[in-house]
Design a protein around this ligand. Sequence first.
Ligand code: SF4
Ligand code: SF4
Length: 341
Amino acid sequence: MAGKKIDKKDIAKLLSQWSQELAVYVPSIESGVATMAKWDGKDTSFLDWYRNTVIPTKASFFPSAEEMFRFQKDNKGYHIELPPSNERKQLIFGVRPCDARALAILDMTFKEAYEDPYYLPKRSSAVLVGLGCTNPYDSCFCTSLGISPAQSTDVDLMLTDIGDEFLIEEITDKGKELIAKATEVKKASKEEEASAKEVKEAAYQKVTRKIDTEGIGDRLLACFDDQDYWERIAAKCISCGICTLLCPTCYCFDINDELVRQQGTRFRSWDSCAFSLYTKMPMENPRAEKWRRVRQKVCHKFKFYPMNFGVIACTGCGRCIRLCPVNWDITQTLESVPVKV
Ligand code: SF4
Ligand code: SF4
């Protein structure tokens, strides 16, 4: 496909044009935490500091807390009121390839396993504009999961930093349509396309942390009942849940009612299999001991999700390594899984 390009200084104009029709979200710092937030109409300083967000892009479609409906009780019974569905379609600018892949993985749960009425409308109407990652963290290991840090087909448009400009690839018809109306976009030369290719290759080489995923599911299954092994693996975990809440492919949620007198609101909010109270409300937690919960987190991503959907539910984004308060490291765990004989 023929490449296009835009001058970096014109990004604000491009975002402004898109803002006419869409709710544009860009990497932002909110309360000290990097997240995707509504663009303020002028600031593009994220182009200088942005590596990846702390809050994964899943939050745009599956927020940490979401109103499901309101209810009221009177002498005739309960009355349910659904939240208004007048949200503008979202354009998320700057999605990293690992997070774009995570959304494709989440779709399998929220679209194939069942049709989630809260996630799907937001997700299917959204436009994703990917931005190649050229400065991965030490904790990133996306290349071991078949992801290239500066290349993605899980977005609608893909941008690559080639100096003063971004090369733009049109990945989907939705992306093509979006760029067709953008007045600041120009045709890229063959040299600029070659330069983008070099940038992508260099970015790939910068991801030096590697894991061996060959046969990982079977190896995990082979040591599944080795309690001593999992107790050693889980020893320093403090069950804070951060690694799962901020994992872009984790999707567990809890449901709670906030009730005042005869009326209330039902919310769903992120939950974590790392918590000892997880699933306590509908039944007992089948994983009372910490080692069972840590085992679940690892095996779910590398054995059970592949069994159900044919893909590993980890993108190597490295958040669980960067953000764990006790430096628990999933790559060390995967390395330590005994080789099956
Ligand atoms: S972030 Fe670290 S300490 Fe917290 S649950 Fe995950 S592994 Fe355990
Ligand atoms: S398990 Fe860790 S590295 Fe893998 S997707 Fe989740 S947060 Fe990222």
